[in-house]
Write a protein that binds this ligand. Structure first.
Ligand code: ZN
Length: 448
């Protein structure tokens, strides 16, 4: 699957932008969000499809009958075909016969023929978001958090509009792992990434998926959890104090969208969720350092976090380190940085499982356009902790990446109030390749 030799690509005009405050606050528009409707029937999500007690005519073995098994495989193959993965679809169909199977095989042969190799995996855009504002009235309540929420967050309405737009543009969600793969200790090569003509790869990520304490009561979701059907959903507490379950943040909203538009995903990929540790992860106060006073509550929180993390990974999401304490990698004293990386390994990695993805807080970075210096102790720290994919922020470049020393470094475009406002006013054009900011921006924002 390896394509071309390692190259270093430097795109022009790299200007580091805006640090994204950890304290970015949240807030905004509505969200009864419960768009679930189209639950995924694709058998690839936890708890869907399989398992639930089919009793086949009295035998004491329960489990799917041959007919049900065949049906599941056909459904799975259709999904894989929609997700631009004819090879996987073919493998799923292996051993099956019938007219419908032959038709499906014809379709997947045609789909394979129609795939075109993406010319350069270092030219792939990456958009990122923070937590989405469900209730604008509470997020933009005029308190001291309002500015941060306005600057760094998008509303649920903005996000759903943006999704539809980038889908209509022809983007397809891929993982950084589809772009490049490790081929040795200090080497990484581009992979073959094949999409139908006119479709373009896009990486998506969400930072600080921790449901921080400071956001509580400001109109954001409270957590990610599994509902009774095993779907990954949010809890959300409305202004009246009633807690609801549904799609109130990026993960379930994107899952809902993908259920209706499976071709928006390349081989089942979704997005990357970046996690700090100091308030725990995914809405669970799982940090021993911060919440160790109540060992029993801590164990419960860790267990819940692990369960959700496992379900997310099973479902096509990837988890990344965002450092434990949301630190600026370029600025903090080295000893503090080392302790922070150790702390993430100690408190978060046991919950997320292994990851080689590091999303740097504040858009800070270890060098300018020149490749990372393999002798730089901070860079060595990153690599020694197993991070081979490093993500920064550049609000000016449609895409930017560098492959060097076995490490993919990719910049991301922040989609937030700052960019949306600047683009909507025509002061910058960074988001134009993706959507029309003036059509997308939420009028629930202050002063709109
Ligand atoms: Zn962050």
């Amino acid at each position: 699957m390896t394509r071309r030799p390692t190259t270093t690509t430097i795109l022009p005009r790299r200007t580091m932008t805006v640090a994204l405050a950890a304290t970015a606050l949240a807030g905004c528009t509505r969200g009864d969000g419960s768009s679930q409707g189209s639950g995924q029937s694709d058998g690839s999500s936890p708890g869907s499809g399989q398992g639930s007690g089919q009793s086949d005519g009295g035998a004491e073995t329960s489990g799917p009958s041959p007919e049900e098994l065949r049906e599941q495989k056909v459904t799975q193959a259709r999904l894989q075909l929609a997700q631009h993965d004819p090879d996987a679809a073919e493998a799923t169909l292996e051993g099956l016969e019938g007219e419908d199977i032959e038709e499906l095989r014809t379709d997947l042969r045609a789909a394979r023929e129609a795939l075109v190799d993406w010319p350069d995996n270092l030219q792939v855009s990456h958009l990122f978001f923070h937590s989405l504002i469900v209730d604008a009235a509470r997020a933009f309540s005029g308190d001291e958090q309002q500015q941060g929420y306005d600057d760094y967050m998008c509303t649920v309405d903005e996000f759903t509009e943006i999704l539809q737009n980038v889908y209509d543009d022809g983007y397809v969600l891929v993982s950084p792992h589809d772009l490049c793969e490790r081929t040795g200790d200090r080497s990484m090569d581009q992979r073959v990434l094949a999409l139908p003509e006119g479709r373009m790869p896009l990486v998506l990520s969400q930072d600080d998926v921790c449901y921080y304490e400071y956001m509580s009561g400001d109109g954001f979701a409270d957590d990610l959890h599994l509902d009774a059907d095993g779907r990954i959903v949010n809890s959300y507490t409305d202004a009246e104090g009633t807690t609801q379950e549904g799609s109130y943040d990026l993960v379930p909203l994107l899952d809902d969208f993908l259920a209706d538009h499976p071709d928006f995903s390349y081989h089942g990929r979704k997005g990357i969720l970046a996690l700090t540790g100091y308030n725990g992860i995914l809405g669970y106060r799982s940090s021993a350092r911060e919440y160790g006073d109540d060992p029993q509550a801590l164990e419960t929180a860790k267990e819940q976090a692990r369960t959700v993390a496992d379900a997310l990974k099973e479902d096509g999401w990837e988890l990344a380190s965002h450092s434990w304490g949301h630190l600026d990698i370029a600025e903090v004293p080295f000893e503090k940085l080392t302790a922070d990386f150790d702390r993430w390994d100690e408190e978060v990695r046991p919950l997320t499982g292994e990851t080689d993805l590091l999303i740097l807080p504040f858009g800070a970075d270890l060098s300018g356009v020149e490749p990372y210096d393999p002798e730089d102790p901070r860079y060595r720290l990153v690599r020694d902790h197993g991070f081979d994919y490093v993500f920064t922020v550049d609000g000016t470049a449609e895409y930017w990446a560098q492959l060097h020393d076995g490490c993919l470094r990719q910049s991301r475009m922040n989609v937030d109030g700052i960019r949306l406002r600047a683009n909507a006013r025509g002061e910058e054009h960074s988001l134009e390749p993706f959507f029309d900011s003036s059509a997308v921006i939420d009028h629930a924002r202050p002063g709109m």
